[in-house]
Design a protein around this ligand. Structure first.
Ligand code: NAD
Ligand code: MG
Length: 356
């Protein structure tokens, strides 16, 4: 039996993870957690312990899981990510924000703890699968695909008055509100670029992003011999969730097989002019230190303001850009430093909101 701690159990990833666990005889939940919705009934039904809000590492200490599935949204997931890596507990990571903000600290914790870091983000799961068993020096570069979101093809003028309802109508994936908004601004692909840098130890100039509206190809790995391996499938998160939870078994899922006849695969350049959050992420990643943490914190503040109708859609990128322009980016030596950097980024972003 693999005992799983599911953090973010009430969310889009969390609910799909429960479906996978319930269908698999060797997986069981030992802990479930959420941010604000009570999960004690859900926990009881699974014979698991629960926690709502607070420091989730208390629940992890108490239950000592074999694997942590971190499906919390936002920087709130950072302590659980570091706890699993430090303690040598396998980590299935959906919470990309924690790796973006704490990348260096997370890798150092993993080196000490020796935990397996299994990506749940579909593109990163795809890269992980294409890379399996290959020598690092054989890899030339990675390609992450982006759907382009609901506003692909629009100009900045057309974007000025789009509403949260329009931003939340994603063309291919059905996800929580924060990541769906990030997909509409391309910040999601920006976060994923930084996530890929830390997961796969490649410099930013060897990680490319292409827009691929049908989300059929999830990622491509190019090798030095000229071969490229792609990962294809329906856009359904149960596949990468199941892969991470059952690794290396690759258990069966109810997801239908992909038919190919009549399918056309289209790829195009991302529109970085009208969707500046992708280029801003690349820049923050390349500058390193706490720049990715500031990018993430400012983005979280701006997305929340947009969803609460306190900020126009195009204001999200403006708030992040202004916050980064005021950022000195010193490295975080430990979690306290990082939390301080995140708090400071949120303060700066808050000031930018006030003038936006
Ligand atoms: P969601 O909004 O549907 O769910 C978020 C979950 O996090 C909820 O259970 C909520 O209670 C919990 N949570 C929020 N704040 C918390 C806190 N302070 N402490 C503890 N729990 C807290 O989000 P989602 O779409 O399931 O996404 C979760 C994570 O997975 C995000 O980082 C997202 O980027 C990533 N991800 C999601 C998808 C997807 O298809 N939904 C795909 C790839 C990556
Ligand atoms: Mg993704």
């Amino acid at each position: 039996m693999k005992r799983i701690a599911l953090l973010g159990a009430t969310g889009s990833i969390g609910r799909q993870a429960i479906e996978i666990v319930d269908a698999h005889p060797d997986l069981t939940l030992c802990a479930v957690a959420s941010g604000s919705t009570d999960v004690s009934v859900l926990a009881q039904a699974h014979g698991a312990e629960s926690q709502t809000g607070g420091d989730l590492t208390e629940l992890l200490e108490r239950t000592q899981p074999d694997l942590v599935l971190n499906a919390v949204v936002g920087f709130a997931g950072v302590r659980a990510t570091l706890w699993a890596l430090e303690n040598g507990v396998d980590l299935a990571l959906a919470n990309k924000e924690s790796l973006v903000a704490a990348g260096e600290l997370a890798l150092a914790a993993q080196r000490r703890g020796g935990a397996r870091l299994l990506p749940v983000d579909s593109e990163h799961s795809a890269v992980f699968q294409c890379l399996e068993g290959r020598a690092p020096e054989s890899v030339d570069s990675l390609v992450l695909t982006a759907s382009g979101g609901p506003f692909r093809g629009r100009s900045r003028d057309d974007l000025a008055d789009v509403t949260p309802e329009e931003a939340l109508a994603h063309p291919t994936w059905n996800m929580g509100p924060k990541i769906t908004t990030d997909s509409a601004t391309l910040a999601n692909k920006g976060l994923e670029l930084i996530e890929a840098h830390f997961l796969f130890h490649l410099p930013y100039d060897r990680i490319e992003v292409v827009v691929h509206p049908s989300s059929t190809v999830h990622a491509i790995v190019r090798f030095r011999d000229g071969a490229s391996l792609a990962h294809l499938g329906h856009p359904d998160m149960r596949v990468p969730i199941s892969y991470a939870l059952t690794y290396p078994e690759r258990a069966a899922t109810p997801v239908p097989q992909l038919g190919l006849a009549g399918t056309t695969l289209v790829f195009e350049e991302p529109d970085e002019e009208n969707f500046p959050l992708l280029a801003l992420a690349r820049e923050a990643g390349e500058r390193g230190g706490t720049h990715p943490c500031a990018y993430n914190g400012a983005n979280e503040v701006a997305v929340e303001a947009f969803l609460a109708r306190r900020l126009p859609f195009t204001g999200i990128a403006a708030v992040v850009e202004e916050t980064l322009a005021r950022w000195d980016g010193d490295e975080a030596r430990d979690l306290d430093d990082l939390v301080e950097a995140d708090t400071r980024a949120r303060e700066l972003a808050g000031e930018e909101l006030a003038v936006a």
